[in-house]
Design a protein around this ligand. Structure first.
Ligand SMILES: Cc1ncc(C[n+]2csc(CCOP(=O)(O)OP(=O)(O)O)c2C)c(N)n1
Length: 342
């Protein structure tokens, strides 16, 4: 089955429409954030076979624009919840790279104290409120956090990232219903990458788009170009403004594509569940290549500036891995800390 990219052909025009409202520095910052996530993911992937990371991984290579565009619309006190594909969300929300890599190497200074691994990243200082390995697990928790914010009269909004398969979980339907009923300050951000592990969307759901499902709960439901960081930013800003002003929840569907396997390192397109040609078609709309092309055409980025950026990122990433590998492993005496029941 070939998935047709819904926005093919927009190219740079897709950015032009949105770029006017941002400074050059802001645009470069968005690009740098996406590039940072990509390079971190590539290094994780490169080292994964060494078995020093004690965690399953779900790489976000190809899906950087959704994390970065969405989080750019949020303040530090706004809360973000996510699923098992966490790295991009955590980093874009301002999570600490060193603490993330320590967590993935099962070191005591990991962001979840070595107890969580890649699928349970958290950094409350920057509003990265938590992630769950249970598909749909974070959605009702986010709804609860939004209800708490509403009841306490707090100003922050809550965003929850979910995959397309999460829309098949009963708890997601319950959460949308409840969010609509209570008009919660909540944004459901659905990264639709068209697969649940190796099952295509078309074999799991009737032929209707995900907005129809969300809209049936009387929630405004929009689709945004998930490879266009500026479009994602603008659509999230609209949703966040609605939530913050008491206008209730929004469902955003962003079609994206993961360039790597569902889990682990490497690509799995040749195992037969998806077409190599399909992945290659999406690689032609790689969110980083599209955006760097736009910035270069507008004279905001050039080869030299890119090289400087790359060098700084490489140094930061190497340092963070070094720290993680030099950090202490948990001791047995700590095993029952944070255990609340026996
Ligand atoms: C309740 C539950 N059922 C099944 C799984 C196994 N599982 C892990 S990830 C995944 C697919 C998730 O797909 P999606 O939510 O679309 O996110 P993506 O992996 O595509 O980013 C499944 C079925 C699980 N973790 N939790």
């Amino acid at each position: 089955m070939t998935i047709r990219y819904p926005y093919t052909g927009e190219g740079a025009r897709g950015f032009d429409r949105f770029a006017q409202s941002h400074s050059g520095a802001k645009l470069l910052g968005l690009y740098r954030s996406m590039l940072r996530i990509r390079r971190i993911e590539e290094e994780i992937e490169r080292r994964y076979h060494q078995d020093q990371m004690k965690t399953p991984i779900h790489l976000v290579i190809g899906q950087e624009a959704t994390s970065v565009g969405c989080c750019a619309a949020l303040g530090e006190t706004d809360l973000l919840y996510s699923s098992h594909r966490t790295h991009g969300n955590y980093l874009a929300k301002g999570g600490d790279l060193k603490a993330m890599l320590c967590e993935m190497h099962c070191r005591i200074n990991g962001c979840a104290g070595s107890r969580g691994g890649s699928m349970h990243l958290i950094d409350k200082r920057v509003g990265m409120a938590g992630t769950s390995a249970i598909v749909g697990g974070a959605v009702p928790i986010a709804a609860g956090a939004a209800l708490a914010a509403q009841m306490k009269g707090e100003d922050h909004v809550v965003v929850v990232f979910l995959g397309d398969s999460t829309t098949e979980e009963g708890v997601a339907s319950e959460s949308l219903n409840f969010a609509a009923l209570k008009q919660l300050p909540l944004v459901f951000f659905c990264e639709n990458n068209f697969y649940s592990v190796q099952s295509p969307l078309a074999t799991r759901q009737p032929a209707r788009d995900l907005r129809t499902w969300a809209a049936s709960y009387a929630i405004p439901a929009v689709r945004v170009d998930g490879v266009n960081v500026l479009a994602v930013l603008e659509e999230t800003q609209t949703a966040v403004a609605r939530a913050r002003s008491g206008g209730g929840p929004t469902f955003i569907e962003a079609p994206v594509y993961r360039f790597r396997a569902h889990g682990g390192a490497g690509d799995d397109s040749r195992t037969g569940y998806r077409d190599v040609a399909e992945r290659e078609a999406w690689e032609r709309v790689d969110p980083l290549t599209l955006f760097s092309g736009f910035l270069m055409a507008g004279g905001m980025l050039d080869e030299r500036a890119t090289a400087v950026m790359e060098e700084a990122l490489a140094a930061e990433i190497a340092d963070a891995f070094e720290l993680a590998l030099a950090s202490p492993i948990p001791v047995e005496a700590d095993l029952y800390r944070h255990v609340y029941a026996d």
